[in-house]
Design a protein around this ligand. Structure first.
Ligand code: REL
Length: 835
């Protein structure tokens, strides 16, 4: 029977929490080790690179090395045919014979079709087709196979063991297509000294092609397609002429960072530039410098345009928009002259980073084909979004985001401090406001950002498939992919909680005064870390040895290091208090600080010794002893005091629990949510410093006038107090996203009061000084309002939506004398009122 294989039911790849539908089966069907890999000789190098990677991955899993052939008539039985729809003659033949339809991926960016075809030709029993709409589409299709076969994208970069099996069977009715939603999805290696630089030097001899090949392979496995290379004293194109070849081999798009125009690393100006970095005084040399950059970068790229001051500094205050517009015009002329094509045919971006955004806000514009790369505030809070009614731009919009930063109020570059719920919430805003052309994140030293990197790129792949409610499942799946299913749920708990705890305050900003000693807050924070560590160690004890290195890097180390660091500062606080009260415990506490300080370097050493020193240097970032925003060259133990035993007084020096706690309500402990037809309150699970958070959905909803049945949350409270009191509302530190005079607003009232409208962030300044420093250092914005009740008893607090994008974490009612604490009092009701 002649079977028409165009079945018309090509399934669009559906995924749960970012994980694609499984193509594997236990039943005997298409057996991978029975197949050969076929890739046409005419295919782009990337397609061949991925075919080789698949061959190696299959060997990693099964121990069998299957052959790669370049002519289809060399196939004897089964084949895994990898190719692009433009190049693969085999694919073209199947299409013309109507044995496969590639319509679903035709003309798409980076799309892939994976399908089994039975008896595609006389001599072939079964073919597993991995077809790409272009070279990266084919590669992503291949790396999806690798992942499903049991090779984690992190198998090399985090020593995740390959799940071995004798045979890999593919379901015989497999037919799926997939394609990314965000066009360019990238990572920026930055702030790379001392950790990553020390490591690359020791392992590869620097940031050369040997290093980049490893990095590019990781990017592809994670389905990213774009990077900004390391630039601290490094220059991608100049340092190793094979770097550009490696980029092509792996099909990775190269950019230079936001302040490095026309494909030239900043360090190159220092090396060969000649003179001042000033367009008014040194125009000719700058133009030549840039022209050489474009000539050299013959690979696939996105060119940064515009100009900032030397290095990462602003241009002079007087910089005229007209001058900047002239610079952009001249740069585009260079692009046009060198490429011989209209400038609009070379992808470009203009980064609205720091002061550059002000130029834009004051009216500076670039041609429509240039992507406007919006930016966060370096602390993971978006600064600006296009309005929904803005005219669409041909070049569209992008986001430059940070997981790591060097700058004020303090560097944060040691550990991962980026919980998924906040990344999700901010990037979801970006997606919903049509920022869809470039997502790039500053990942510092790459390690230890493995988990948020995976998420950032998975989310960019398809933001519509990972909802806030799916983050716990996403985390559990990720844990299962690295460590197997058995402990996945517990490991997911650890990953989520350590991210949350570390985000409360960056480790570099912690000191003895961060948390409150008298309220018992310090002890509670330290106890929570200890509990996490206990659980993390128990799991470690139960894990097979093969998983321990990976587990240490991805889970145990950040918990151990931060539990230790927090305990150290806690004992500094205890030591201070005991010393001022002349308590005999003073010396004990001082000794404990010393012990924990030493322990910090032992934990670092343990990391550096993993897997025979494979990751040496990667934890060498100093993190204790900061005195201002910039890192200390060497760690320094916090000062402690000793006391002689004859000057002590007897008594108990322990912290005292206060009862002056007011009423504290986590945002999701509402009694009633008043929704409208178009607007619903949404719980953002585990978002924020203590509990979950609430925000109105969709995030694109228009402003609301509060009152009556407009969207609001009601919180019933019972109090013995009456008279005036304050409500402190705790928000995620969202910035003035639409640059409105009033910023983002909410409204609040008690019982039948007229709602008071309050701005969250109109004083938003993203300079290194002022209120913004406090918001980001504390990772919260707290706003207060005053209210009056004339009777004690039951009352209702109403929190009203005014602007979209506002994320409420907590409400604290203060009837006077509320003891200050960093996180605010613990929730009065221990359980969610809705449960
Ligand atoms: O985080 C940033 O975006 C900037 O601080 C860096 O891009 C900057 O270029 C810095 O590493 C050095 O110049």
């Amino acid at each position: 029977m002649k079977r028409n294989l165009i079945t018309g039911f090509v399934i669009l790849c559906f995924s749960i929490a970012g994980r694609s539908q499984s193509i594997l089966t236990d039943k005997s069907s298409f057996a991978v080790t029975d197949a050969v890999i076929y890739v046409d000789n005419s295919e782009p190098e990337l397609v061949k690179t991925s075919a080789t990677a698949l061959q190696e991955d299959i060997e990693r899993v099964t121990g069998e090395k299957i052959p790669i052939v370049t002519a289809i008539d060399q196939v004897r039985k089964n084949v895994i045919a990898i190719g692009t729809i433009q190049q693969s003659s085999f694919l073209k033949r199947l299409v013309s014979q109507k044995k496969i339809s590639t319509d679903a991926i035709q003309g798409k960016w980076e799309a892939s079709l994976t399908q089994i075809i039975h008896k595609p030709t006389q001599g072939i029993a079964d073919a597993l087709i991995v077809a790409g709409s272009d070279r990266r589409g084919a590669a992503y299709g291949v790396f999806e196979l690798s992942k499903q076969f049991g090779v984690s994208p992190w198998y090399w970069w985090a020593d995740v063991p390959v799940q071995q099996r004798k045979e890999i069977y593919i379901k015989s009715d497999v037919s799926l297509t997939d394609a990314p939603k965000v066009k360019y999805r990238g990572l920026f290696i930055n702030d790379e000294a001392p950790a990553l630089s020390g490591w690359t030097k020791e392992k590869f001899g620097g940031f050369n092609h040997k290093f980049y090949e490893k990095f590019f392979e990781l990017i592809l496995r994670l389905k990213g397609n774009y990077i900004w290379p390391a630039m601290w004293g490094n220059a991608f194109y100049a340092d190793d002429s094979l770097n550009i070849k490696a980029a092509d081999k792996y099909g990775v798009v190269i950019g230079t960072s936001h302040h490095e125009p026309l494909m030239r690393a900043h360090d190159e100006w220092r090396r060969v530039g000649g003179g001042q970095w000033n367009y008014e005084t040194n125009q000719e040399k700058l133009k030549q410098f840039w022209r050489d950059g474009i000539k050299r970068a013959t690979n696939e790229k996105i060119v940064s345009i515009g100009m900032r001051g030397d290095g990462d500094a602003p241009m002079s205050r007087e910089t005229a928009t007209a001058l900047l517009e002239r610079i952009v015009a001249d740069q585009r002329k260079i692009i046009r002259d060198v490429t011989g094509k209209p400038a609009a045919e070379t992808p470009q971006l203009w980064a609205l980073y720091k002061e550059v955004q002000d130029y834009y806000d004051k009216g500076m514009r670039v041609p429509d084909d240039v992507t406007l790369l919006l930016s966060d505030d370096n602390w993971g809070n978006l600064r600006k979004l296009p309005r929904l009614d803005e005219k669409p731009r041909k070049g569209g919009y992008g986001i430059y985001y940070h997981f790591d930063y060097v700058g004020g109020p303090r560097n944060y570059k040691w550990l991962n401090t980026n919980p998924l719920p906040r990344i999700w919430e901010q990037m979801h805003l970006a997606w919903e406001y049509k920022v869809r052309d470039i997502w790039i994140v500053n990942v510092g030293d790459i390690k230890p950002m493995e988990f948020p990197i995976s998420f950032f790129l998975d989310y960019a792949w398809n933001p519509e498939e990972i909802d806030a409610d799916a983050l716990a499942t996403y985390t559990e799946n990720w844990a299962a992919d690295q460590f197997g299913k058995q402990h996945a749920r517990d490991i997911a708990f650890l990953l989520a909680k350590y991210g949350k705890y570390n985000s409360r305050r960056k480790p570099e900003l912690l000191d003895a005064n961060t948390y409150s000693l008298p309220t018992g807050e310090w002890k509670a924070v330290v106890d929570a870390y200890r509990a996490l560590l206990k659980k993390a160690e128990e799991i470690n004890d139960g894990l097979p040895t093969a998983y321990k290195d990976a587990y240490f890097q991805l889970v145990l180390h950040p918990i151990k290091a931060c539990a230790n660091l927090n305990a150290m500062y806690y004992y500094v606080a205890l030591n201070k208090q005991a010393y001022s009260n002349k308590r005999k415990e003073t010396n004990l506490y001082a000794d404990k600080v010393k012990e924990l300080y030493t322990n910090d370097s032992l934990i670092t050493r343990q990391y550096h010794q993993l897997n025979n020193g494979k990751w040496n240097h990667l934890m060498s970032q100093t993190h204790i002893g900061y005195t201002y925003w910039q890192q200390p060259n060497q760690q320094k133990m916090p000062a402690v005091q000793y006391i002689s035993s004859d000057s002590t007084v007897a008594g108990n020096a322990g912290p005292v629990q206060t009862t002056r706690q007011g009423i504290s309500i986590e945002a999701d402990q509402y009694s009633k949510a008043v929704n409208t037809t178009n607007i619903n309150w949404k719980v953002l699970p585990d978002h924020g410093r203590t509990g979950s958070a609430m925000t109105p959905f969709p995030v694109t909803a228009s402003e609301q006038k509060p009152g009556g049945n407009s969207p609001h949350l009601q919180y019933d409270v019972v109090t013995d107090n009456q008279g005036e009191f304050t409500i402190n509302a705790y928000f995620s530190p969202t910035l003035n996203l639409f640059r409105d005079e009033n910023g983002l607003q909410y409204a609040i009232s008690v019982d039948d009061e007229q709602p008071q409208i309050i701005s969250l962030n109109k004083e938003d300044k993203t300079s290194d000084k002022g209120i913004w420093n406090k918001w980001v250092a504390e990772n919260i914005i707290i706003k207060s309002s005053t209210h009056k009740i004339i009777q004690s008893g039951k009352h209702t607090v109403k929190f009203w939506m005014v602007s979209p994008g506002v994320v409420l974490q907590k409400l604290v009612l203060d009837f006077g004398g509320l003891e200050h604490s960093y996180l605010g009092p613990e929730a009065t009701l221990k359980k969610n009122a809705k449960q």
